[in-house]
Design a binder for this molecule. Structure first.
Ligand code: PLP
Length: 448
C-alpha cells in the first residue's frame, strides 16, 4: 500500500527493532497510568501517527493496511471531514439544545434513512449510549423491566448496554454478573452454535418460546435486542426468518424490537441496514454509531414518533454533547461522502471481490474453516479441524502478530478468538484487498 499512496515503503517486512522499543515504552507507560488503551490486543502495539484512506502510518514511517476499522467508513485523514468540523468548531459548538441547523438537518437525514415509520431521532455520543438509550426507551415506553438478549453478544459498556452484553470474550464475567432483568437466548450462530446448518431453523422458535414463557410467568419483556447480522462471531447472517419470528413473539407479548446496527449497519454490508432489510423486518428502535461520525463521537437512536412520545412521558432526555453542532456536521459530511463517493457500492463490490479471493485461499489452506460475511464485513475463521471445528485460537493470535510485521493491522475476535474480522474503511480498494490476501497467503504458507 505504501507505493499506492506515495509514501515511503513499509519497513515492516525488514523487522526493525524500533517498533518493539517504542511499544515497550508505550505499554509500560500505559500500565503506569492505568490507561485502558482501546482494543489493546497487541503486546507491541504499533505507534500510529497519521492515516490516509485505509492506510496508517507509524511514527517510524512504516505504512500499515488497516483491516479492522469499522469506525471510519471514509477512511483516515479525510480532508472534507476535517475542514467541515474545524469550520464548525471555529464558529459554534455548543450543546444540541440550541437546535442548530446542522443538528436538525442531520436528524432529518437519519430519519429519512430509516424505514417507515421510524422518524424520530435522539442523538448521543457513542454506540454504548445508543444501545443503552434504546433499552431505556423501551423500558419507559412499555413500563416494564425485563429485556431479552442473545448469547455471545456485545452491545456496549454503559450500565444497560453492558447488562445485555453476554460475550465472554469481551467480559469473562458477563454471564455471572448479568442482572436478573436480562434473559439471554441461544446465540443464533448457524456455523458453530448449538444448532448448525439446517438445524439453525430451531433458534427462532426456541427464542420465541422463551419470550412466551417470560410473559406467562408475569415478566413480559420490554424488548428483544440483537444485532441483525451476527457480528461477534465474524459476520454471519442470521438464519432465514429468525428476526421475523422473534420480533413477532416479542410484539405479541407487548414488547418492542431493538436492532443494534452500531457495527453492521450504516452501509458496511452494502446497504444502510442490510441486516434487517434482508430479514424482511422493521425494528421498533434502531441504534447506530461508529461509522456515523467517521471517528468523531456520534451515535443515535431512531424510533417511531409514538414510542418516542411514550418515552418522553417518563422523563426528559438530554445529552450535553450528543449531536453537538460539530458532531452533526461530521454526521452530515459522512452522509454526503456516502452519497457522492458510492461507499455502499464499494462495500458491496470490493467486499464480494475480497470474499471470493479469501474463499479461493481457503481451498489451499485447511486452517481456514470458513469465510463468513458480506460487504466489507467479513470473517475468516481458523479451525484446527474442519470436522470438529476446534478453534485455532493460539494460531489466530500468532497470525495476527505476523500480519502486523508484514504491514497489516488485524486482530482476533469472537468468543474463541479464532476469527479475523475483516472490516476495512469502506473506501478500501481492490489493490488493498489483494495486498491483504497476499500477506495472509504468505503467513499461512510460510508459517507464523
Ligand atoms: N454495539 C455493537 C454491536 C458494537 O460492536 C459496539 C462496539 O464495539 C457497541 C455497540 C458499543 O459502541 P461504542 O464502543 O461506540 O460505545
Amino acid at each position: 500500500p505504501a507505493a499506492a499512496i506515495g509514501l515511503a515503503p513499509s519497513a515492516a517486512a525488514a523487522g526493525s527493532g524500533d517498533l518493539a522499543h517504542d511499544a515497550a515504552d508505550l505499554v509500560a507507560r500505559r500500565d503506569r497510568t492505568f490507561a485502558e488503551v482501546q482494543e489493546h490486543y497487541y503486546d507491541a502495539p504499533p505507534r500510529i501517527e497519521r492515516g490516509w484512506r485505509e492506510h496508517l502510518v507509524g511514527t517510524d514511517g512504516r505504512v500499515y493496511l488497516d483491516m479492522v476499522n469499522n469506525v471510519t467508513p471514509l477512511g483516515h485523514g479525510h480532508p472534507g471531514l476535517a475542514a467541515a468540523v474545524a469550520k464548525q468548531l471555529r464558529t459554534l459548538n455548543t450543546n444540541s439544545r440550541f437546535n442548530y441547523g446542522a443538528v436538525v438537518e442531520f436528524s432529518e437525514r437519519l430519519a429519512a434513512m430509516a424505514p417507515d415509520p421510524l422518524d424520530t431521532v435522539f442523538l448521543v455520543n457513542s454506540g454504548s449510549e445508543a444501545t443503552d438509550l434504546a433499552i431505556r426507551v423501551t423500558l419507559a415506553a412499555t413500563g416494564r423491566r425485563d429485556v431479552v438478549s442473545v448469547l455471545e453478544a456485545y452491545h456496549g459498556w454503559t450500565y444497560a448496554s453492558d447488562a445485555v452484553s453476554t460475550s465472554t470474550a469481551d467480559n469473562p464475567n458477563a454471564l455471572a454478573s448479568r442482572p436478573d432483568w436480562v434473559h439471554a437466548v441461544e446465540a443464533p450462530n448457524p456455523f458453530r452454535g448449538r444448532y448448525r446448518g439446517d438445524e439453525a431453523a430451531r433458534y427462532a422458535p426456541e427464542a420465541a418460546e422463551r419470550i412466551r414463557e417470560l410473559a406467562a410467568s408475569g415478566r413480559p419483556p420490554a424488548a428483544f435486542i440483537a444485532e441483525t447480522f451476527y457480528g461477534n462471531a465474524g459476520g454471519i447472517p442470521l438464519p432465514d426468518g429468525y428476526l421475523a419470528e422473534v420480533y413477532a413473539a416479542v410484539r405479541e407479548a407487548g414488547g418492542l424490537a431493538i436492532a443494534d446496527e452500531v457495527q453492521a449497519g450504516y452501509g458496511r454490508l452494502g446497504q444502510w441496514f442490510w441486516g434487517f432489510q434482508q430479514q424482511g423486518v422493521v425494528p421498533d428502535v434502531i441504534a447506530v454509531a461508529k461509522a456515523a461520525g467517521n471517528g468523531y463521537p456520534l451515535g443515535a437512536v431512531i424510533t417511531t414518533r409514538e414510542i418516542a412520545a411514550r418515552f418522553r412521558t417518563q422523563g426528559y432526555f438530554f445529552s450535553s454533547t450528543g449531536g453537538s453542532p460539530a458532531s452533526s456536521i461530521a454526521g452530515l459530511t459522512v452522509l454526503d461522502a456516502f452519497r457522492d463517493d458510492g461507499l455502499q457500492r464499494n462495500a458491496a463490490d470490493t467486499g464480494a471481490y475480497l470474499k471470493s479471493r479469501l474463499e479461493a485461499l481457503a481451498e489451499r489452506h485447511p486452517l481456514i474453516g470458513a469465510v463468513h460475511g458480506l460487504g466489507l464485513y467479513l470473517g475468516v475463521e481458523f479451525v484446527r479441524d474442519r470436522a470438529t471445528l476446534e478453534p485455532a485460537t493460539a494460531e489466530t493470535a500468532a497470525i495476527c502478530d505476523r500480519l502486523l510485521e508484514l504491514g497489516v493491522i488485524m486482530q482476533p475476535t469472537g468468543d474463541h478468538q479464532n476469527v479475523l474480522k475483516v472490516k476495512p474503511p469502506l473506501v478500501a480498494t481492490r489493490e488493498s484487498a489483494d495486498f491483504f490476501v497476499a500477506m495472509l497467503d504468505r503467513v499461512l504458507t510460510e508459517g507464523w
